[in-house]
Design a protein around this ligand. Sequence first.
Ligand SMILES: C[S@@+](CC[C@H](N)C(=O)[O-])C[C@H]1O[C@@H](n2cnc3c(N)ncnc32)[C@H](O)[C@@H]1O
Length: 263
Amino acid sequence: MSVDPDWLDRDAVTDRLRTAGCVFAEEEADLLLAQFTGPELELAVLDRMAGEPLEHILGWAEFAGLRIAVGPGVFVPRRRSVLLLEQALAHLPRHGVLVELCCGAGALAAAVAGGRADATVHASDIDERAVACARENLEPRGGQVHQGDMESGLPTALAGRVDVVVANAPYVPSGQIDLMPVDARDHEPLIALDGGPDGTRMQDRVVAAATRLLAPAGVVVVEASRTQAEATAARMLWRGFAAEIVTDDEVSGTCVVGRRSVR
Ligand SMILES: C[S@@+](CC[C@H](N)C(=O)[O-])C[C@H]1O[C@@H](n2cnc3c(N)ncnc32)[C@H](O)[C@@H]1O
């Protein structure tokens, strides 16, 4: 494959990305130019112009200062989920046990394991491509990854012994998936996005799993959208948790923290 060298300089790549609608064209151009050259760079730019997520092209996403491996067909960790990480860490006791359900690439679990050598960290997802990425990200940091529907793939010995269950489960209302940006809608799997009619169906399954996994003083932390957080909190209340909505405007994050009402 022959490549016109003028096509691949920084300005040209930036222009092409901007024309294709990339808001952060300059930053994206720098990342692509740092990783690819020649025909590979040309293909990477064409893929990006066609709407493929930058992170799938690069093969990694930045999350909480870590480089997280993320392959095609796997949900790209979002910056807003740093709030979920902060809340999970705030409630994790020394030598505590944390489980990330619906872990995708396992970014949250990897960040916990990387920063808290005292903690025992497990992560689980139903999708084998996500599980493969999570293994790459979490196992070198000392955590364990499992595959299954919700908590079904976890060691049974964890039941009733977990200090923190954390999850960014799918929470887009089914009827709003068609309105999502093309990067997500066309390149992230439906199973990673679809939260049922009001977006809280999978969150409710996480909370139900938490009732089985958590130790008596354990905490469940679930990411939500700002508009649905009240409904997510209501799901938690119904399942016996005292629920608190936490927001962070800087990262546009929202999560709901559930503590068992009886402690
Ligand atoms: C929104 S993505 C979040 C991934 C990751 N937590 C993150 O924030 O980057 C939701 C994840 O839930 C997983 N998932 C969907 N249904 C599931 C189920 N029934 N059991 C376990 N995982 C599930 C998907 O495969 C996907 O990886």
